[in-house]
Structures are given as C-alpha cells and as structure tokens.
Design a protein around this ligand. Sequence first.
Ligand SMILES: *[C@@H]1O[C@H](CO)[C@@H](O)[C@H](O)[C@H]1NC(C)=O
Ligand SMILES: *[C@@H]1O[C@H](CO)[C@@H](O)[C@H](O)[C@H]1NC(C)=O
Ligand SMILES: *[C@@H]1O[C@H](CO)[C@@H](O)[C@H](O)[C@H]1NC(C)=O
Ligand SMILES: *[C@@H]1O[C@H](CO)[C@@H](O)[C@H](O)[C@H]1NC(C)=O
Length: 295
Amino acid sequence: MQYSTAALPTIFKLIILTIFLLQALPTLTSLSPCRTSCGNIPIKYPFGLDDGCGAPQFRHMFNCTNYLFFSTPSGIYKVQSIDYDKNTMVIYDPAMSTCSILQPHHDFVMTDIQSVIIPPAQDTIFALLNCSIDSPVLNHYKNLCFNFSGHSCDELYGACNAFRVFHLLTNSSPPCCFTGYDTVKYMSMNILDCTHYTTVINTDNLKGIGPLDWVYGIKLSFTVADTGCGRCSQSGGTCGFDTETEGLVCLCSTSGNSTRECAGGSITAEGQSHAPRILFQAFVLILGTFLCISL
Ligand SMILES: *[C@@H]1O[C@H](CO)[C@@H](O)[C@H](O)[C@H]1NC(C)=O
Ligand SMILES: *[C@@H]1O[C@H](CO)[C@@H](O)[C@H](O)[C@H]1NC(C)=O
Ligand SMILES: *[C@@H]1O[C@H](CO)[C@@H](O)[C@H](O)[C@H]1NC(C)=O
Ligand SMILES: *[C@@H]1O[C@H](CO)[C@@H](O)[C@H](O)[C@H]1NC(C)=O
C-alpha cells in the first residue's frame, strides 16, 4: 500500500485543520483592523468604530448599527455626513422640533471634551422658541441673541406649521432668540425659560430665504490634533492607539504595529520579530490547503 495522507487518521487531520484555522484567521482579520465605513459614511482619522482605531480623544463616541450614530450625554444622534476636508460633521436629532414637527423640548448636552474637540460650528444657530418674558435671554443676557439675517420670530411662527401653535393661543407672538451653542451650553432649556428650540445649519447665506427652506440639524466642527498620523498613513498604515495607554499606534497590515510608520515591505526591527510567525503561518496555510483537498 502506498503511503499517502489518506492513511493519516481523520482526527489528526482535524487537529491540523484547527491549527490552520486558528493561525489563518487572525492573519486575515488583522489585515483590516479598523472598519473604513458605516453605511455610506466613510470613517477616517480621527474617527474610529473599533476600539483602538482613530484618535483616542474620540473614543466611545461612535456606534454603527446600520447607520452611524454619535453619542453625547443627551442622546444618540444620527450622523448625516462627514466632510473630512472641512473637518465638519452634520448630525440630526430625531427628537428635535423643526419647521414641520413640534416635539417636547430637551437639552443638547455634550461632554466637556466634546465641547472642546467637536463643538457645534459657527454657522449652526440655535433658535430658542416660545420664551417667557422672564427668560434671561430677554433680560440680563439679551446680548446673547443676535440678528439672524433679518429673520424674526413672527416669520418662524407664521411660516412653520409646527410653530404656528405658539401664536394661535395668544394673539401676540411669544419672544424667541437666535443664538449660538455657547448659550445652550451654559444654560439649560429650563433656565432659558423657552419651551422649544430648533437648530439650523449653513446659516451664512440665509438672508431672504424663508424657514421652510432652511436645513435643520447640527453641524459640528472637529479638530484633529497633529500626533504624527500623517507619517503613518503615508507609509500605508492606519492610525490608531493603544487601548491601555492611549498612545499612538500605527496599525500596519503585514509587519505588525509600530509606534510611527509601517515598514513598507522592507523588514525592520519591528518586522523581523514577526517574520518567523509569518513563515510558520505560510507553512500551516499550505499544509491546511493540502489536507483540505485530500480529506
Ligand atoms: C448604538 O446606537 C443604537 C441606535 O440608536 C442604540 O440603540 C444603541 O444603544 C447604541 N449602542 C451603543 C453601545 O451605544
Ligand atoms: C408656550 O409657553 C407657555 C409658557 O411660557 C406655555 O404655557 C405654552 O404651553 C407653550 N406653548 C406650547 C405650544 O408649548
Ligand atoms: C437685522 O439686520 C437686517 C439686515 O440684515 C436689518 O435690516 C434689520 O433692521 C436688523 N434688525 C434688527 C432688529 O436689528
Ligand atoms: C495591533 O494593534 C491592534 C489594536 O491595538 C491590535 O488589535 C493588534 O493585535 C495589534 N497587532 C499586532 C500584530 O501587534
């Protein structure tokens, strides 16, 4: 009888196959440790979906469950778009009132870190609606309200189905205030004494354009700290961080991780330590394939 792999006990082949799978799987998954999109939204530095990807400052802020979500202490907001050239991200709060829907009020709250590294952009305005005449923004803090391209409360209460109710009940229009994020950052809606708010983005060119045509949402403006990520991505790596120390890690596909940049094909001190493992994996891969065919 000719000696062949068929003579090997099946149990032995299964053991080899198991080793093969255990060896091959981490190799395959570590080729792309970080997801690069969620739905149709690309995920790039400084953001990350998987822990250890992106910049540590943005850790635990994102969640991908079919759509991309951004979480703050006041809620989980759907991300509409991210512009990596302008460093902006537009989010939408489904519980917010807009021109077409009136919803119970709630606050927009960010963590201290978020309000520094990803605060609402200058061209996002907060319109505080149905304010009481005792509201601080109509009294002591009235300088926080600004003239929003000549738009008035009456215009909002008149043009929007959702806001018409405010002046139906009383014959006069209750006060409103167009203001910036800093106002709602330091004063909750209860302190502001306004029953509702809405937020409008891209407010730079809204002169003469009515509330029905405004875009409702919140545009956030993020800052990317220069931590040497450019060097890592130029070498073909993905910027990430050590989940324990939060120090920068350059995630490389073939040569393992490095603190700065990927080896880029040539074997460096970093790559050398992984070379025997890669050779062993290649050997097991070939053996596994051979056994698969003969099983
Ligand atoms: C992710 O977002 C979904 C969508 O709202 C939410 O239901 C879920 O709790 C979030 N998960 C985490 C871990 O934040
Ligand atoms: C508007 O505000 C007043 C109190 O200032 C409140 O009684 C009223 O219910 C509010 N209107 C709506 C539609 O919530
Ligand atoms: C607001 O600004 C417009 C010009 O954009 C001006 O015509 C209008 O008088 C201003 N309104 C107030 C109340 O200052
Ligand atoms: C590289 O870093 C990532 C994330 O910190 C980690 O999951 C992975 O195991 C590391 N790979 C190597 C080869 O050290």
